[in-house]
Design a protein around this ligand. Sequence first.
Ligand code: AMP
Length: 126
Amino acid sequence: MYDQNNVFAKIARGEIPCDAIVENEYALSFNDINPLFETHVLIIPKGPYENILDFTANATAAQQAGFWDCFRQTAKKLGIENNFNIFANSGADAPFFKQSVFHFHLHLVSGSRREELFKAVSEICS
Ligand code: AMP
C-alpha cells in the first residue's frame, strides 16, 4: 500500500525542500542527499507510485512521457548524456541495493565513485 507520507511524496508536493535540477508537470529530478557518485540524481514522478512496476502499469501516458522527458532533460542539463548508469531498486529485499523510499525513483549516476559506494557494496557482499 502506497504511503502518502513518504519523503519523496513530500518533496513532490513541495512540503520539504530538495536540490532540484529539472521539474515539469509530472516529474522532478534532484540531487541525492547521500551521493554514491560524483553525480547522483534521483528522478521521481509526482504521482503516487510505489515502484517501477506500479508506475509502468498504472501511470497515465502523459505521466510516463513527462517522467522520461524529465530524465532526458536532466541528463542533458548535467552534460552526462554519453556516460551514465540508471538503476531502480524495487523492494525491501532487493538483492543488490534495497529500496528504502517506497515512491518510484530512478537513480541517475555519473562521474567518479565516492567512498560511500565502496562501503555500501562491501556491506552487501559481506
Ligand atoms: P533507494 O534505496 O533506492 O530507495 O534510494 C533512496 C535514496 O533516496 C537514497 O539514495 C537516499 O540517499 C535518498 N534520499 C533519502 N532522502 C532524501 C532526501 N530528502 N533528499 C534527497 N535524497 C534523499
